[in-house]
Design a protein around this ligand. Sequence first.
Ligand SMILES: [Zn+2]
Length: 436
Amino acid sequence: MTFVAEEKVVTNKRKSLSALKKIKSDPWGSLKRPTKSVSTAVQETKSEKNSSDSVNQTEAILSSETDSYSNKNGRHKYTCPFYKKIPETGFTVDAFRYGEIPGCTAYILTHFHYDHYCGLTKKFKQPIYCSQITGNLVESKLKVEVQYINRLPMNKPCAVNGVELMLREANHCPGAVIIFMRLPSGRLVLHTGDFRAHPTMEDYPELKNNKINDLYLDTTYCNPDYAFPFQQDVINFAIKIAVKTLADNPKTCIVCGTYTIGKERVFKAVASAINSKVCVKRDKKSILDCLEDEELNKMVTLNPAEATVHVLPMKLLNFNSLSEYLEKHPQFTSILVFEPTGWTHSKKTISLEHVQPKYSRNAITHYGIPYSEHSSFLELKRFVQFLKPTRIIPTVNNGNPASRRKMEDLFAGWLKETEQDTPTKSKQSSLNQWMG
Ligand SMILES: [Zn+2]
């Protein structure tokens, strides 16, 4: 089956019909560049890329197809962009907002965050592949019929439509996976979904012992400005403040902010450290029930009187809502709030010693803590330098030519550094051998 076809595409930024131009490309995500580019900006970026290619043979894929629009039957409709399709397979990744995608035989979902499952509803009748936990959430929250949900094992190779897959923990939210794929042609692909790179990932044999051809990379924080502490350091910081606050006033309610899923480790660790249960609202409990985390389930209660740690939706972490919450729970006389954030623009928050409460008034003290579930810039760099992939396809912030060019330059620089390192290392080892 061939997916090569001529189609009309236009960048997200150029949606007007007058801007539509025909380009010839493989809509299933051929990694070749379009034979005819649609904008000068893309052409400029390509010429710069060619020069960096000659240095390190690595390229970030550029395309005008990002979240493209098609115009079929006079109606506008999103079409699946190339970076969500895995070439040589019928796989798409986190592509549910495009309806039924022609030729797609497996809809992979990396994790249960809305921007990744957007478009997936109980009406969806195509084969979905995901982790056990993500499958539980898709079934329970979205009511997708169970026959369409294929739960894949963690840390164990499995086969889907002739492709070998290996799912590993993404260090993002519960159920989130990075996916290694060995294609029948021998091509090796790693899709990170959303992830926070961690040195333990460098021990995975499939990554350690293989040369990855295509790396689909979560580039959320691919900019040197994005520096934040290790997750465990942030957790220890929150525990220290919680313990001190409770010593000063044992009638303090410790509130941790949460989204649908994500950042569970913060409230779990704080509650464990102070030997408290975790009070959640009913809808949050139904989410936690899907996570297969026995330890957490034992800690959870719906009764506010049973817990010092209370988990509230992020949208309720404002002064008025928190004041109301304190009034409604007279067993407490003050509130300490931890709002896990990603990165904040204040340089002061990069180092934990500089983290101060956002405010502290009328018995409410509110901390924003830099707990990120995406890789920092330096973690991304280390991960890319470890993998040394042939190609890098950014999956985030890729819709804008300037941003793509910036990332591409960064990748080229990182890989050039590793090339320079290699001769030094080999010289060192041969010297050691000779001396030994
Ligand atoms: Zn996510």
